[in-house]
Design a protein around this ligand. Structure first.
Ligand code: HCA
Ligand code: CU
Length: 391
């Protein structure tokens, strides 16, 4: 079942390069590739060597690093591009053709027999050179289903290693993805890859449904960067797969590296990691309401599906606000090593809530009140003790 044996094709260095703010120097590309390799992604996809001389040089450099991850490059289904890609040291070549009626009418103007002919020539050539080859149809969800299946059946017979389905415009929903992949699974023997854009917010769910239906490979990019608002993000897919099987995902990937990877790419493309980003967003493990905080303190699984410790992160219980509860405040007092009875903590909590009703308060305000009460109690205890011994 694919949910248990999926592979990530990490495309930050291809789809991600198509993000509006992306400009990666050669050294930065190497650093991204090394980080992704250390994280454990199975493949890294790089921009076509036909794109520019530097793209070709960078591909050769990264293919020569001897990384564990396999190196792919992404080219048009054209012999000129395939020939250029063969000698770069890449392990495999992802070829892509536009099959939708839009692309056939407004872009390249080719018919289905022509597409199959070109695919045959390119696939046979790449295989004859001993490289892995994938054939994908751009804009698969707006392609005619009969056309699409005719093409995939043909390339499978030719011996392609993998066929790719691309939701190029982010139009597909999870059920459509499931249906298409399921149908395809019944038709081809080769592996199936899914590439999904996020225009309508379905990229992670679509990738998961593709795997449920029998896909074997998913394309991702760090933070989801790519054309327009991008594709399935690496962290999003990892979070989803972790929710499905934490032990398997922990065994497969070096999860604590994710934060460094997200931060590094965010800095290179000049964006902040979004506050609500999967796993690494700054509120991803922050708990606020008193009721949540109480339950989390008893057992984190009550309100957490991902264990932050597996990602080298910690949870944060936000106590300085009017929704706070006395259990959370008590925990804070203990962190400050202030020994206060439950009754006193409840009293301080009421004080905090009334202060927080008047203004935005900070943790310093909470700590100040806790310390004040504590020292007042200590003072009282000292006076009582002095009176008792008659001093
Ligand atoms: C592109 C289009 C692509 C290709 C995906 C694929 C898409 O920018 O070349 O090769 O499977 O979204 O269709 O990224
Ligand atoms: Cu794309």
């Amino acid at each position: 079942m694919s949910l248990d044996r999926f592979a990530i094709i990490e495309s930050t260095l291809r789809e991600g390069e198509q993000f509006a703010n992306a400009f990666f120097s050669s050294d930065q590309k190497v650093e991204i590739a090394r980080l992704l390799d250390a994280f454990g992604v199975e493949y890294i996809e790089l921009t076509s060597p036909a794109a520019s001389p530097q793209s070709r040089a960078d591909l050769e450099r990264i293919a020569g690093l001897g990384l564990k991850t396999k190196i792919l490059t992404h080219v048009r289904c054209h012999m000129d591009d395939a020939k250029l890609a063969i000698d770069t040291g890449a392990d495999g070549i992802d070829v892509v053709f536009g099959t939708s009626s839009y692309l056939r009418e407004f872009s390249h103007g080719k018919d289905i027999p022509y597409i199959i002919d070109s695919a045959r020539q390119v696939i046979e050539f790449i295989k004859s050179q001993g490289l892995e080859v994938r054939f994908s149809s751009e804009d698969s969800f707006r392609s005619d289903l009969v056309d699409l299946l005719t093409i995939y059946r043909a390339v499978d017979k030719i011996g392609v290693n993998r066929v790719g389905i691309a939701d190029t415009v982010g139009v597909a929903n999870p059920r459509q993805v499931y249906d298409l992949v399921k149908t395809l699974r019944g038709i081809v023997h080769c592996d199936i890859e899914f590439h999904g854009h996020n225009d309508t917010g379905c990229a992670v769910a679509n990738a998961f449904c593709a795997l449920e239906a029998g896909a074997t490979h998913v394309d991702t990019s760090v933070l989801g960067i790519g054309e327009r608002n991008g594709i399935t993000s690496l962290g999003g897919l990892v979070a989803r797969m972790y929710a499905h099987d934490p032990a398997a995902v922990r065994a497969k990937y070096n999860l604590p590296l994710l934060r460094e990877i997200d931060n590094y790419v965010a800095s290179l493309v000049d964006v902040d990691v979004p506050f609500n980003n999967y796993i690494t967003g700054f509120t991803a493990f922050t708990h606020k309401a008193g009721i949540h905080a109480k339950a989390i303190l008893n057992n984190p699984s009550t309100y957490e599906i991902l264990d932050p410790a597996d990602f080298g992160l910690s949870r944060y219980i936000h106590v300085a606000h009017r929704l706070t509860g006395w259990n959370a405040i008590k925990e804070r007092a203990e962190q400050l090593q202030l020994n206060l009875s439950d009754d006193v903590v409840k009293h301080v909590t009421a004080q905090i809530k009334s202060l927080a009703d008047q203004k935005r308060i900070t943790l310093d305000d909470v700590d100040f009140l806790l310390r004040e009460y504590h020292s007042a109690l200590v003072d009282t205890a000292v006076i009582e003790e002095m009176e008792r011994v008659g001093a």
